[in-house]
Design a protein around this ligand. Structure first.
Ligand SMILES: Cc1cc2nc3c(=O)[nH]c(=O)nc-3n(C[C@H](O)[C@H](O)[C@H](O)COP(=O)(O)OP(=O)(O)OC[C@H]3O[C@@H](n4cnc5c(N)ncnc54)[C@H](O)[C@@H]3O)c2cc1C
Ligand code: SF4
Ligand code: SF4
Length: 622
């Protein structure tokens, strides 16, 4: 954390009125609302810039990824806030977009017997198979005959996050009043005391450790009256603010999930209609939920969520995703399909409980990093968008009234709007909906149903603990399946090959080998190259840093290696501190929470520092 006046490097400076961090749905809502209202119909400024008098306010948005639309999401959404912003929103005008059609929730039985099911679930599986007349089981699955309304997205839309954000970017920039700069990571917020006075862009031409190298170009300081932070669930700027200002009393961000997805060309003649929405649970492990959304033209987005409360020290999303794809219920739709694109990203699942300080002197926070995502309804895009709209309306109100962006004014305008909105009302209902998962999968499902059906009046379970406190050792996790001697042998073999443990452990625990076809089922490395198109420009520092190397050296789980979405964290020398390969990192942010140890000085945080960085996925279809 740096105060703006503590810098020893000579930096260029630019003054704007509003500096924005991150261009996801939250910023889409903010900028599209603001852009249209900064000038009058005759082109004159509706309000005047403080940075450049005579012009409309100067609004600049910095996006980390190399282009706008390189985000990762599902997406199925009820699109309530989106439709308010664009009343004539028409799926036909946005590639890969279609109205929601048939919605199914499918319970997947285990067709191979390798998953770790609670006894009650195994008993239910036996019953389902025995009572085929009452429970028409089809290809190891059961379609739930009824699902509660809070899970439905009827009237909504299926789209691709990338394509949608490109469309939004075009709408926003057409107005000519705001600028979006992709490929420009913000490295930190600039402070004067507790007031945010702008942002600093990332240094270029530096070595891996951030020290100046060939062609050193210090990041510019962007001074602004208001800094809007929409850097998502794992954004470095949001977390900088959390560390500096602290979370509001009782709030914490302890629940996470990795969402990993494929975009697939379905085989010719697929019976699935565009707009079909399928959600699954029960397999490959009970804790892993799946989604399958059908776009127009025979394309589908499909993937899984692996949550931080899945108490496995080898929770690799990539291998589990392949087992999920191979489940007979899904495979009949996917056999013969081709991978178009691939991606993964962290989902902040703490919702309202993870809400940070929403506003302060000179700053406001919107989107998932501000706790908007609703884990009961499985909805994040619409809520993030709505929070951006609320902030934009507030900013316009303050600008027109000539009021400065103080905490007091932002609280009265933005925070008050948010508190009075459906986002807040629904977040309150959802707040404790997943506490049951702290006790296990079945209490978790029952708790969600209870909370949803009683509008949040009742819940099950207890407050979540930080993820690292839940992770068992590899020996504990495989007790009864693999002996300590077998695990020791696997460790030794993998260490000799500098390989992660999970393939060998899963093979030995009964998971069959993946039948690679080079088309849909392929190695992790091939998926990175073919589907993810991962690239990182040279001259930037490592953005994943192991803060306590001696603790990492003695760590037995090294779950950061097993769970790395890009195979960018690999075994280090002699099995000690893991090594990081920036070129393979897809910026999913999983290593921020996928660690088995808490920091000695702050047990809420784990041992990896996940900083602002460049590169990552280069696909606008995710
Ligand atoms: C696999 C998956 C499936 C999902 N499915 C659904 C779904 O079906 N329906 C739904 O409603 N929601 C879904 N979600 C959740 C939804 O995607 C999020 O809630 C939503 O994207 C949050 O929007 P946001 O703008 O707050 O943040 P983000 O979308 O995370 O955007 C943040 C932006 O900030 C940028 N950024 C980060 N750090 C910096 C920095 N230092 N400098 C500059 N830029 C930075 C990032 O690159 C990113 O573009 C899904 C999420 C995942 C991962
Ligand atoms: S970051 Fe260090 S402590 Fe955490 S899982 Fe990896 S090796 Fe273990
Ligand atoms: S190193 Fe990169 S790809 Fe691996 S978990 Fe961390 S952010 Fe994701």
């Amino acid at each position: 954390m740096t105060d703006s006046n503590q810098t020893s490097v000579e930096r260029a400076r630019m003054d704007v009125d509003i500096a924005c961090v991150g261009f996801g749905p939250a910023m889409g809502g903010f900028l599209s609302t603001l852009a249209a209202k900064l000038v009058n119909e005759d082109g004159s400024p509706a309000v005047e810039s403080q940075a450049i008098p005579g012009l409309p306010p100067q609004v600049v948005c910095y996006e980390r990824a190399d282009d706008i639309g390189f985000g990762v999401s599902g997406v199925v959404t009820r699109a309530r806030a989106l439709r308010e912003s664009f009343p004539n929103l028409d799926s036909a005008g946005i590639p890969m977009s279609v109205p929601v059609g048939e919605e199914r929730v499918i319970y997947l039985l285990d067709p191979i017997g390798a998953s770790r099911r609670p006894v009650a679930m195994s008993a239910a599986d036996v019953l389902i198979k025995a009572l085929k007349m009452a429970f028409p089981e089809e290809r190891f699955s059961l379609s739930l005959p009824w699902t509660p309304s809070f899970l439905h997205k009827d009237g909504g839309m299926v789209f691709s996050m990338g394509q949608f954000m490109q469309w939004v970017g075009a709408q926003v920039q057409t107005a000519g009043t705001v600028q979006i700069w992709p490929g420009t990571p913000v490295s930190e917020a600039l402070f004067e005391g507790d007031k945010v006075v702008g942002v600093r862009l990332l240094d270029q031409g530096v070595n891996k450790d951030g020290t100046p190298g060939d062609g050193f170009m210090p990041g510019m300081d962007i001074r602004a009256a208001l800094t809007v932070i929409a850097d998502g669930p794992v954004g470095a700027i949001g977390r900088q603010l959390d560390e500096r200002l602290g979370m509001p009393e009782g709030n914490h961000a302890r629940e996470w999930a990795i969402g990993m997805k494929f975009v697939v060309d379905l085989p010719k003649g697929s019976p699935l209609k565009p707009g079909t929405v399928i959600h699954t649970f029960g397999y490959p492990e009970p804790e892993i939920f799946g989604f399958f959304y059908v776009h127009p033209d025979g394309v589908a987005s499909l993937g899984i969520f692996v949550p931080s409360w899945f108490d496995s020290p080898v929770r690799t999303a990539y291998r589990y995703l392949q087992h999920w794809i191979l489940h007979p219920y899904l495979w009949r739709y996917l056999k013969g399909g081709t991978l178009r694109s691939w991606g993964a990203k962290t989902l902040g699942e703490s919702g309202r409980r993870g809400e940070p300080r929403l506003a302060g002197d000179g700053f406001a926070r919107i989107g998932e990093g501000s706790g908007t995502t609703n884990v009961l309804t499985g909805s994040g895009v619409d809520e993030a968008w709505a929070s951006g709209v609320q902030l934009a309306e507030s900013v316009l109100e303050l600008l027109k009234a000539g009021k400065p962006f103080t905490k007091e004014n932002l609280d009265a305008a933005y925070v008050a709007r948010r508190r009075a909105s459906w986002v807040e009302a629904e977040a309150r209902i959802a707040e404790k909906s997943r506490d049951g998962f702290q006790q296990g999968f079945i209490p978790g499902m029952l708790g969600m149903a209870l909370t949803g059906l009683t509008n949040g009046a009742f819940s099950l379970g207890s407050e979540p603990v930080p993820p690292h406190r839940r992770i068992p050792s590899i020996e504990e996790y495989y007790r009864g399946k693999l002996s300590a001697a077998e695990i020791a042998q696997i460790r030794q073999d993998c260490r000799a090959k500098d390989a992660p443990l999970y393939p060998a452990l899963m093979d030995r625990a009964g998971w069959p080998a993946i039948p690679y076809d080079g088309q849909l089922l392929m190695s992790h490395q091939d998926a990175l190259l073919i589907g993810g198109k991962v690239q990182a420009p040279p001259g930037y520092a490592d953005h994943v840093v192991f803060l306590y190397p001696n603790l990492c050296a003695s760590c037995g789980e090294k779950i950061c290696i097993e769970g790395c979405s890009g195979q960018a964290i690999v075994p280090g020398e002699n099995g000690g501190v893991p090594a990081f390969d920036r070129e393979k990192c897809i910026h999913c942010g999983v290593c921020l929470w996928n660690c088995s140890k808490g920091r000695p000085n702050d047990p809420e945080q784990m041992l990896v520092s996940f900083r602002a960085g460049t590169g990552g996925l280069h696909s606008a279809e995710n």
